[in-house]
Design a protein around this ligand. Sequence first.
Ligand code: ZN
Length: 158
Amino acid sequence: MIRIGHSTDVHRLEAGNRLIIGGVTIPHYKGSVGHSDGDCLLHTVCESLIGALSLGDLGKLFPDTSEEFRGINSSLLVQQVMKEVRQRGFRVVNIDSTIYLERPKLQQHISTMRENIAALLEIDVEYVSVKATTGEAVGIIGREEAIMTESVVLVTND
Ligand SMILES: [Zn+2]
């Protein structure tokens, strides 16, 4: 059987916060506000897997009221969800993600993000797609008020 999962996430951007995307710390004057490390991309990686297995959502598994998850490295959240994937006899086939961010340009960081996600999902990097686009200077993305990401993942138990 194959199952598909999808997720969208938005984080507010504020000066002085760290900008971590797909496990890569990107030098920038503002970063994402969040209970964890604010890694918007890893959150949708995580939550798309949660969706594929019908386990609820990221907030249900990792409540933002919990001290346990304050400032936590989002890679650890993905690892925890991958445990659930394996326990159910599933593995990841491929994942496709999009990052919506006005600035800075992410092109030079994409390959490291793909490698990080491939390692976390235990698949070859060729099955990990990460795309970046801007907000065309309009809306919350274009005004640099927020970062948004989307992920679609396919899992199988074959
Ligand atoms: Zn998030």
